[in-house]
Design a protein around this ligand. Sequence first.
Ligand code: OSB
Ligand code: MG
Length: 370
Amino acid sequence: MLIESLEIYRVRMPLIYPFRTAFADAESIDTVLVKMSSQGMVGWGEATPWGSPLYSSEWAAGVYGLVREWLGPKILGKQIETADALQDELGCFKGNQFAKASLDLAWWDLQAQLSGQPLWKLLGGSSDTVDVGADFGVMETIPLLLKTIEDAFASGFKRIKLKFRPGWDLEMVRAVRRAFPEGVFHVDCNSAYQLSDASIFQELDEYNLAMVEQPLGHDDLLDHAKLQQMIKTPICLDESINSVKRAVQAMEIDACRWINIKPGRIGGLTPARQIISEAERRSVPCWVGGMLESAVGASHCLALSSLSNIHYPADLFPSNRFYKKDLGQPEIELSGPSQITAQPGPGIGCTPNFDLLQELSLEHHQIDNN
Ligand code: OSB
Ligand code: MG
C-alpha cells in the first residue's frame, strides 16, 4: 500500500475512578492515535504509554513528537507492502516501541481492510472470540477487594489479576487465598521489588498463584532468572520484554516462564507475532496484556489474543469498566461470561468516536514531509 496520509492525535481519557498500581495512581490515561490512509480507506493505530514515563521510558507527548518529527515522515508517501517492510523502515530508529507500534497497528488495520478480512484472521488467529480475565488495582480496603472478587467469579471470570505493591502485598494475597481457596489468581508487581526481596516471593509460593508478573526491574533479565531459581511460582515478564531479541534472551536464561504480550510495549503486532512463535518453539506460553487503551487499541489486542500459544485470559475489559464513554466505537462489551468477541471487520472494526476525539485531544497534527 502507498501511505497517502498520516494524522496523529494525543488524547487524555478520564477514568471513572483512579487505577492504582505500583507505578502510578492514575486518574486519566494519555494515549496517541494514528490515522493512516490509502486507496480511500483508513486504518487506526493506538499507542498508550500513559502521560508520564512511569510504566516504561516512553510517554504520550514523547511518542507524539517522535511520530510527528521522525517516524511519520519516514514512511509517508512510501509504498509499504508488508508488515516487515514497515518495521525495516522504522528499524534505524533506536527503541521507542510504543511510537513504532502506533504506526504498525494502523498499518495492520488498514491492510486488513484492504484485503477485506477481520484483523484476527489476517494475523492467523483461530477465532473471533477470546477469553478475558478480571484485574483489580490497589483498593481502599481488603474487604472491598474480597467483595469485588466474589462478584467477578459470580459473573463468570475464570482468573483474577491482583496489583501487588509494598503495603498491598502478602497480607492481601493471604486474605484472598483464605477467602477463595480454589480461584485462579496471579499478582502483577510492575517492577516494584528487588532481588533482595526474594523472601516475599518465596512466601508467595505457598499461595499457588498462576504466575507472578514483573516482580523486579523494568529493564532487568538477569535478576529475574536468579529469582526464578529461588521460587516455584512461574515468573511472567511484562515491562522487561520490549523486543523479539530480549524475549529470546529472557527465555534462554529462564528469566520467564510466561510472557505478557502488549503490542505497544514491543513495537507492534509484527514483533508481537514473532515473540509468540519464538515462545511457542520453546514451550513458553503467552497471554495478551493491556494498558487501558481505548476500544481502538483494545481491538488490536483482541485480534492478537486469538493466536495459538495464547494460554491465559487477556487483560481486556468492557469499555464501561474504566470509561464513562469509550473513545472507540463500537464500545467493547462482554459477549459471554469472561469472553469478548471481535467485530466482524474488516480490519479491527472499531474507529474513534469523532466528537469525543475532538473533545479529548490535546494535540492533533497532519504529517507533511514536503
Ligand atoms: O502492567 O499490566 C500492566 C495497565 C496499565 C499499564 C500497565 C499494566 C496494566 C495492567 C492491565 O495491569 C490491567 C488492566 O488493563 O486493567
Ligand atoms: Mg503488567
